[in-house]
Design a binder for this molecule. Structure first.
Ligand code: PMP
Length: 429
């Protein structure tokens, strides 16, 4: 494949945009080479500026669960845009999407919309602190909750890809209130709680982690966290920015039958427009301004175009719950196919999967936390695999720490093509 025009556009971009990108992982720094500039996308395919066609396993890092340019979403946005793009005043559609979200998700009474996953998580933590009157939070190494200061402590995703888990600019004062725990290690969490008795406002977690590759919670881990939170008056925050409306209509709360106190959303809930949200029971949400003292706001929050896209997306998922089963089946098919070809070629590997989130780690050691994910990522095999897949028209995330997100527009023919490409890639490892 030729990427001449993409490389030329990247050279231009670098003159006026830091690193040529508006979000670091896009720059291909982890895997090497120039990033690909997209011209358009439809269904499961990306069409780049050099007119290459790529099968897309990133899907805008999760939102495009039904594929790109999904017609009901596109027409909802176009129709809304004709009536004005922002008012800074309440609109009916905000209540409509809120009602639908509250109906689809267990255990939430109220939801507030923001503009990104970062904002959602940042606001959820502020709410937890305001509600409990405590300062400290527990987060897990390798989990990413956006780029707000308190979360850039051993964060996953781009923060680890670029070797700067503790970003300059995050003050010591902020960092000291973020306590780090090991994913899937309940004893470690219990110990931290004991050492910080009555000081911890919340535990925030990706209930299925997706920012150190995909790492599902081990048996009883989430339930154990729930119990620890109950026993110590700590709020449990599920960051469902990736998993919400993807793994099930009700996200991980539904899938694992565990209730969180505050839940954050992003990605699918906005249908590809800039949307995040956080939600909880009334008793907690009433502490938020203007009802209560915890301040949070946004000029473009509840933006009509974003709400129109989100409402069209959630409506489709609500009316077609088989989408989740179909995605599960397709991803299981891919999982088996990849596993077969890697085994045939004697490539040591671990494939982690939960629903339509999947990641391939080039190590036989089970990948259950940040340490094991980092060990698997460090052998350089992922980068070779990535470039071989790309040269065959398969676009997976450009970092060993990212999860692949499938969309329901993928056909079994696409999946077979992907598995065949993986067989070729495996030979080069
Ligand atoms: N939480 C999780 C679990 C995420 O994966 C992300 C982004 N990948 C965020 C929060 C931050 O979302 P955003 O990039 O929309 O700010």
């Amino acid at each position: 494949m030729i990427y001449k025009r993409s490389s030329a556009l990247f050279a231009e971009a670098q003159k006026v945009i830091p690193g040529g990108v508006n979000s670091p992982v896009r720059a291909f720094k982890a895997v090497g080479g120039d990033p690909i500039f997209v011209k358009k996308a439809k269904g499961a395919y990306l069409y780049d500026e050099d007119d290459n066609t790529l099968i897309d396993y990133i899907n805008s890092w999760g939102p495009m669960i039904l594929g790109h340019a999904f017609e009901p979403v596109v027409s909802a946005v176009v129709e809304k845009a004709k009536k004005g793009t922002s008012f800074g005043m309440p609109t009916e559609i905000e209540t409509k999407i809120a009602e639908l979200a509250v109906k689809m998700v267990p255990n939430i009474d109220m939801i507030r919309f923001v503009n990104s996953g970062t904002e959602a998580c940042m606001s959820a933590v502020r709410l937890a602190r305001g509600y409990t009157g405590r300062d400290k939070i527990i987060k897990f190494a390798g989990c990413y909750h956006g780029h707000s200061d308190s979360f850039l402590i051993q964060a996953g995703s781009g923060a680890v890809t670029f070797g700067a888990p503790n970003s300059p600019g995050v003050t010591e004062g902020t960092a000291k209130d973020t306590l780090l725990a090991s994913y899937n290690d309940l004893e470690n969490v219990a110990e931290i709680i004991t050492n910080n008795k009555n000081e911890i406002a919340c535990i925030i977690i990706e209930p299925v982690a997706g920012n150190m590759g995909c790492i599902p919670p081990q048996k009883n881990f989430l339930q154990g966290l729930r119990t620890l939170c109950n026993d110590n008056n700590i709020l449990l925050i599920f960051d469902e920015v990736m998993t919400g409306f993807r793994l099930a209509a009700g996200g991980v709360q539904e899938l694992y039958d565990i209730k969180a106190d505050i839940v954050t959303y992003g990605k699918v809930i906005g249908g590809g427009l800039p949307v995040g949200a956080f939600a909880a029971r009334k008793e907690i949400m009433r502490h938020l301004a203007p009802l209560g003292p915890v301040y949070q706001a946004g000029t473009l929050s509840g933006n009509p175009l974003a709400m129109a896209a989100g409402l069209a997306m959630l409506t489709h998922l609500d009316e077609n719950p088989d989408v989740f089963k179909s995605l599960n089946k397709k991803t299981a098919y891919l999982h088996n196919g990849l596993s077969d070809v890697l085994t045939t070629q004697n490539v040591p590997h671990t494939i982690n999967r939960e629903g339509s989130m999947i990641s391939v780690h080039f190590s036989e050691t089970p990948v259950v936390d940040f340490k094991t994910a980092a060990n698997a990522a460090n052998n350089g095999k992922f980068n070779i695999f990535f470039h071989s897949m790309l040269s065959q028209g398969i676009y997976i995330a450009p970092s060993a720490y990212e999860t692949w997100f499938l969309c329901d527009a993928l056909t079994y023919e696409d999946l077979d093509k992907t598995i065949e490409a993986a067989a070729v890639a495996a030979k080069s490892l």
